[in-house]
Design a protein around this ligand. Structure first.
Ligand code: SAH
Length: 356
């Protein structure tokens, strides 16, 4: 049993079953035993690999997209360039390198990172040592200024609540105990006002997930964009309107039982892009249509960039470059499972690659 499993078992014995959100939150960010708190989970030696870790081309395309949109919005100065959940800092490093081509952007930017894990914050400080960076506790601390913000595989790491439809009510997934071991069960059916809009497109037995923590985060970001200008780019795996059980655990690049080793496996759920768009619209910003990652990267010019890089490569380096391009863009890999959504002050000011 992991130290966190022991702690959670004792808590459930004392206080009864906990929601999936509470369980996920402790597994990922418990100050002593949390998954992100205690390790760098990324890369070949870790538990999962993300787009910026696969190839520099991902961050280059995102960086050029942001820079073009900053120019299109009148190049406001100063402005905030921010990332939430920056992992190893690789995406921001690629964004900052490629945007050196726009020196006035570098002169105007103030870079802010929001990272919950002290371990990953230390890694980011190393990766980005050449730049002046400020770390913030929360998106609520972002300056009231024009904001260009990115989040890659951030929202999938936020705790979810999971509900199974039962008549006009919903039964919530809970972590409880069976013969002393952590086990998933369902609460009694209760009405859920937050899920009123899902009574029309679900039937008995359907599962939907909500991510309560994402709403206040998107609200803070969208409010700044609506009031001061800017844009946000969210890339993650997920779809429009959650349907089905997507709660999953990864350890050493393998799917594992999410309850088996609390604190030692990465827990995620698919992102409901409709929920992010609604939160942004309620805060006065415009949300783009959701677009598959492969299509977005294609529109931003990844093929030309891949060809240019390929001319300098041969042998194994060329092979792995081509494999990385496929991984980012191919429908069989990340190309369609991963989606992107952009926020802007108006439909006309959406970043390149996105449709209103
Ligand atoms: N964006 C990076 C890392 C993705 S992993 C990449 O694409 O490689 C998820 C990241 O979000 C990690 O950096 C993790 O520590 C961070 N994170 C998770 N929950 C968070 C929270 N509530 N607040 C801030 N950062 C969080």
């Amino acid at each position: 049993m992991t130290p966190l499993a022991d702690l959670l078992t004792r808590r459930i014995r004392h206080a009864g079953p906990m929601s999936l959100a509470e369980f996920m939150s402790d597994c990922l960010l418990h100050p002593e035993h949390g998954y992100y708190t205690t390790r760098d989970p990324l890369g070949a030696g870790g538990d999962f690999t993300t787009a910026p870790e696969i190839s520099q081309m991902f961050g280059e395309m995102i960086g050029l997209c942001l820079a073009q949109n900053w120019l299109d919005q009148g190049a406001p100065s100063p402005f905030t360039l921010a990332e939430i959940g920056p992992g190893r800092g690789t995406l921001m490093a690629d964004i900052l390198r490629v945007t050196k081509a726009v020196p006035e952007l570098h002169a105007a930017m103030k870079v802010h990172l929001i990272e919950a894990s002290p371990t990953l914050q230390a890694t980011q400080a190393k990766t980005l040592a050449a730049y002046e960076i400020t770390w913030l506790e929360s998106v609520a601390d972002l300056p009231q200024a024009p904001l260009w913000l990115v989040a890659n595989e951030f929202f999938d790491a936020l705790p979810i609540r999971q509900f199974t439809r039962d008549g006009a009510g919903w039964r919530e997934a809970q972590v409880g105990l069976l013969n002393g071991a952590l086990t998933l069960g369902l609460s009694a059916a209760t009405p859920m006002p937050e899920l009123a809009h899902r009574l029309t497109d679900t039937k008995d037995g359907d599962i939907v997930e909500i991510c309560p923590a994402s709403t206040p985060i998107v609200t803070e970001i969208a409010t700044r964009i609506a009031q001061h200008g800017g844009a946000a780019l969210f890339v993650d795996y997920g779809d429009w309107r959650s349907l089905g059980d997507t709660f999953q655990a990864l350890e050493a690049h393998q799917m594992v039982d999410p309850l088996a080793r609390p604190g030692c496996a990465d827990l995620t759920a698919h992102v409901d892009f409709d929920a992010l768009a609604r939160a942004a619209q309620s805060a006065g910003a415009v949300a783009s249509q959701m677009i598959p990652q492969g299509m977005l990267l294609g529109r931003l010019g990844i093929s030309a960039r891949a060809e240019a890089l390929a001319t300098k490569l041969s042998g194994d380096a060329l092979k792995s470059h081509i494999a990385a391009f496929d991984r980012l863009t191919s429908p069989a890999e990340m190309g369609t499972l991963f989606k992107a959504l952009a926020l802007a002050p108006t439909a006309k000011l959406l970043p390149p690659g996105f449709d209103a």
